[in-house]
Design a protein around this ligand. Sequence first.
Ligand SMILES: [Zn+2]
Length: 473
Amino acid sequence: MKAIFSLLLICTPLLFFGQSKQVLSENGELINIEKVLQKYIQFPSLSESEKEAGTYLKSICKNNGLYISDFGTDNGQYNFAASILPLSSGKPNIILLSHIDVVPESDTNLRKAYSGEIEDDVIYGRGAIDNKGAGIMQLYGMLKFKDVNEVDDLPYNITFLAVSCEETQCQGGIQYVLDNHFEELNAVAVVGEGPSELTGLIEGEFDHPVFGISLITKRPLWLELIFTSKTNGHGSITPTNYANKEMVEALHRLTKKKPKVIYNDMNVAFLKDVGSFHNGPKKAALRNPKLFRPAIVPHLRKFPELLSLFTNTITLTNLITNGGAVNKLSSQAIAQLDCRLLPETNETEFLHMIRSRLKNEEIEIRVLERAPKVAPSPSNSIYHESLVKAITSYYPKAKTMDMLMPNTNDLFAFRQRNIPSYGAIPVYFDKEEVRSVHGKNEHLHLKSLHDGSEVFLRFIQILMGVPSTGTTN
Ligand SMILES: [Zn+2]
């Protein structure tokens, strides 16, 4: 997950350890929750190597009184549910979803990738935000709830679900869990990774923070274009047509055209919401996006992150040939395209458009990865309403904004099964924190661990009908 929408906001420095709750460690000793995250980060859990980190996390859940259900215990398929009631209770279940795996370290890391070191109330290391930090916020909120409430007679079960392989979408992660344990989970709603606080992205005069809640993501369509030529000879004589030339020319035709800006219900609602944070002519334009389309579109094109919410994107990620020597023609040229489709886009029509822009019938188009269409999760469910209330009661004057996210994540698998699923990391991130996700020196302000957990605590309290006990931000 790349929380590209959370930009600069000033985090007030506070002493966090004073606010910190202690939990039972893997050995049954009391430790601060920050130390739990530190140790969790210190297990380098690349996709398909999640077992050690997962075993540690599970031991924390178990030692703090949660009921464990194993959904696979091997690398690449290490998944477990940790619930306040056993799944066999059959209660409607609210799932807090996170993934154990992380992306590889960045080459230019200035700090050790898995150090978990804490300096000036900031914790460093791969996974500090995505998704170990976000997962610990959820778990911490759950444990705070469980500590002070009798859980037997409540209307819901709450489950912390930790899975493998989100980053690579291998088969042993969320797909395996839902293919084999969907009924057992009895999920009625899911909250997982998503946007954080947004005001840094949106121009405007803000007298309040705005937190994003994603209802849907774009869907990936990964393609491979292959041109195989009969010509493979010496580079000293240039044939009229040969693989690399054909491919380069076709790719030029494909990529030179600007992507079409497409309005749908969700991105139009997004523009209107953004409009409410402006004054004057900007407000008028954004509140009437269709009428002011000619003014809005050029503006969107200046911001790739924003533009991605309005377009089907085609990114040429790799070029592969079977050449080798500078004086030998490659007989095959392969291009890989990472395309991301808006929810309503018809895949067949999109592939037709690619085919017609390439203007080369000899190029074979192979689909490497596709995802079916899913509907956005409802913005009028009690789960959505509870999440909004949790955020706005913890952060005074805060508002929330429903949105589409350009990058896909595991919530997709629940949406596919019609379970309302919401993406949110309800904290402030500064610019550097956002850039560090999948980048160098991933880090998280420890205060966010506390803030996020307080929002999740309230979310649970509101749904359960239990009075709020927490403080405000
Ligand atoms: Zn993630």
